[in-house]
Design a protein around this ligand. Structure first.
Ligand SMILES: C[S@@+](CC[C@H](N)C(=O)[O-])C[C@H]1O[C@@H](n2cnc3c(N)ncnc32)[C@H](O)[C@@H]1O
Length: 359
């Protein structure tokens, strides 16, 4: 593959930034209902203030571990017309018991989101457990936890291909260099240590976009461990979906939005010839705190030996439209994942790393 070096562009002009902004906006539009109470983990800078404003939420709690991040987020909210009430707290969701600090600040909430930094908790199992317990204790029954994170399953599958190719080369006479890089037209991912197994926590890599000067260090998020720890904390798995699939599933609904954020990345047929490589690097994740008062919908009778669901599974995780009263009562109609969808919730990752029995 020929790699050309892209010219450096400002962060907010870069394709990766605009695609991320599109995906965050779409998720907020899907989940945030008028008057919703929201808790935003790692809200630093308040970059999503306008999006929450547009969604007409009622209350916002911004959490960030950095003083600067919290101060900037508060200042941005204060500079606006304040269509929703807000609290800003300097706390780390990976290490602190948030409920104890937020008791008089408008919890429980309808939504907890972590738009960019879920990976921070995958440094250790203890941190991941702490973050997920915080989510569960802050959410109302029926409430959602969602966000975007690099798609570790896709990254790991790509990495395994690189390792395999270098081992194949190694069979020849020449000694092969250590395989630790995934290179594409748009980014380079570098692992610190070559490993054959996907470590559940603390597996670090550097991601550098070719149009960016700096690289960032991330932890792989082992999705089966995320699902397991979420379940132990009392959160039900709804969906983890690669952003290319998320885009395809929501293309009709969000075509206008995509055009606003990424006008140069879309072709006349609505395809993303230049963006799929970057979009495919990320996934959405969605969990829900079960509502014990939830009344399941009636299913149709058995046809040909199998139940026919009243509703189709929307693999986008999109909720069917519900009234504001339904939302307030917590009666949210959430679609269930198909046990045998054939898609594999972890995308194209190695089959032995998948988690077959989580349903
Ligand atoms: C860019 S903001 C994220 C804003 C917004 N939620 C979004 O998705 O665009 C990043 C925030 O995450 C926090 N953060 C980033 N890396 C961190 C780290 N290694 N440890 C703790 N906090 C970190 C910082 O405090 C910063 O304010």
């Amino acid at each position: 593959m020929m790699i050309t070096t892209a010219p450096f562009v400002s962060r907010t002009e870069s394709a990766q930034y605009r695609l991320y902004e599109f995906a965050k906006t779409a998720l907020i539009k899907i989940f945030a209902t008028p008057y919703a109470a929201v808790c935003d983990f790692y809200c630093g800078g308040g970059v999503d203030t306008d999006k929450w404003n547009d969604a007409q939420i009622g209350h916002y709690i911004g959490i960030d571990a950095s003083t600067t991040g919290i101060t900037e987020a508060r200042e941005l909210w204060e500079s606006q017309t304040k269509p929703y009430t807000a609290e800003f707290c300097e706390l780390d969701p990976c290490t602190e018991n948030l409920e104890a600090y937020l008791r008089d600040k408008g919890v429980p909430v309808d939504i907890v989101c972590c738009m960019q930094h879920l990976q921070l908790c995958f440094e250790t199992e203890e941190r991941a457990r702490s973050l997920l317990q915080n989510v569960a204790s802050l959410l109302k029954p029926g409430g959602y936890f969602f966000g975007i994170t690099p798609d570790s399953s896709t990254i790991w599958a790509k990495y395994q291909k690189v390792v395999e190719a270098s081992h194949n080369k190694g069979a020849s006479a020449k000694p092969n260099p250590v395989a630790n890089c995934i290179r594409s037209e748009h980014y380079i991912i570098t692992f610190e240590v070559e490993e054959e197994k996907f470590p559940f926590f603390g597996k670090k890599y550097q991601l550098k976009f070719t149009n960016d000067i700096a690289s960032e260090t991330y932890n792989l998020v082992h999705f089966p461990s995320l699902i397991r720890l979420a379940r132990e904390a009392g959160l039900e798995y709804v969906e983890i979906q690669n952003l290319t699939e998320f885009y395809d599933d929501n293309r009709a609904q969000f075509a206008g939005l995509f055009h606003t954020f990424c006008p140069t990345l879309i072709d006349p047929r609505g395809k993303l010839p230049r963006a799929a490589d970057i979009l495919g690097l990320y996934s959405t994740f969605i969990f829900q705190k079960p509502d014990p008062d939830f009344v399941p919908p009636i299913t149709t009778p058995i046809v040909d030996g199998s139940h026919v669901e009243d509703r189709e599974w929307h693999s986008s995780g999109r909720r069917p439209q519900t009234s504001v009263d339904d939302e307030k009562n917590g009666h949210l109609d959430i679609p269930l994942p198909p046990v045998d969808s054939g898609k594999g919730i972890l995308g194209p990752g190695p089959a032995d790393q998948r988690f077959p029995d989580f349903y």
